[in-house]
Ligand binder design. Structure first.
Ligand code: AP5
Length: 218
């Protein structure tokens, strides 16, 4: 199965992708995580991506598409993928469709996590991430048991540089129209599954799983 998680920054894509990918036996691929790993390694790709990410802008398509297509061509992606943060533009969506078609695969569903924008700023500015295992926390809605320390691997938690309020505002305005265009793209393919992303994360997971039943049934 090939699934996409769509949604504005802070909608809960990463949180839900980690849970669903594990439950469904899919490989979770986050383009944001790939860019952050490349930036941490100091590669040319990482340095270039970091310039755009720190401004809250999209990394150019030619960089993003080739990185993602290389990743999904690896053997560990053959059993199925859960894409988080890709595609973000129509050219990315079209390139993905072409690449999957070349492997006799296709996107099965695009789960669109919808959250009112007034909730997103608080979600992002209160987020803490584990740089070691990737776990995601929030200082109010899902705090770690011990402040500043990952529950799963005990690493010191960090806040993302692009979660500053001024950068979050740019990220939201950058992504607003693209997200709608992508929703329209997958709606026309009959693959869009809108899901209410408010409430407890476990409730959101339940709604996503119910939508997925319609994907597998269809
Ligand atoms: P990326 O890392 O993909 O960031 P994003 O899309 O802005 O999404 P986030 O990771 O910020 O949010 P999320 O929806 O995953 O929410 P999360 O689960 O963490 O991309 C970063 C940058 O990389 C981009 O700005 C761009 O520059 C570049 N990039 C990446 N992909 C690209 C592409 N394809 N093309 C071009 N450029 C690209 O949750 C957020 C917080 O809310 C957490 O604290 C969490 O605990 C909390 N939370 C989650 N669910 C709930 C809930 N139900 N109730 C309350 N709190 C909740």
């Amino acid at each position: 199965m090939q699934l996409i998680l769509l949604g504005l920054p802070g909608a809960g894509k990463g949180t839900q992708a980690q849970l669903l990918a594990q439950r469904l036996g899919l490989l979770h691929i986050s383009t944001g995580d790939l860019f952050r790993a490349a930036a941490a390694e100091g590669t040319g790709l990482g340095k270039r991506a970091q310039e755009y990410m720190s401004r809250g802008e999209l990394v150019p398509d030619e960089v993003t598409i080739s990185m993602l297509l290389d990743r999904i061509a690896k053997p560990d992606a053959a059993e199925g993928i859960m894409l988080d943060g890709f595609p973000r533009t129509i050219p990315q969506a079209e390139a993905l469709d072409r690449a999957l078609e070349g492997q006799s695969r296709k996107i099965d569903g695009a789960l669109y996590i919808q959250v009112p924008e007034d909730l997103l700023m608080a979600r992002l500015t209160g987020r803490w991430n584990c740089p070691s295992c990737g776990a995601i926390y929030h200082e109010l809605s899902s705090p770690p048991q011990q402040s500043g320390k990952c529950d799963k691997c005990s690493a010191a938690l960090i806040q993302r540089a692009d979660d500053r309020p001024e950068t979050v505002a740019t990220r939201l305005s950058t992504n607003r129209s693209w997200t709608e265009q992508l929703a329209d793209f997958y709606q026309k393919q009959g693959k869009l599954r809108p899901v209410d992303g408010t409430g407890d994360p476990s409730d959101v997971t339940g709604r996503l799983l119910r939508e997925l039943e319609t994907v597998t049934a269809g």
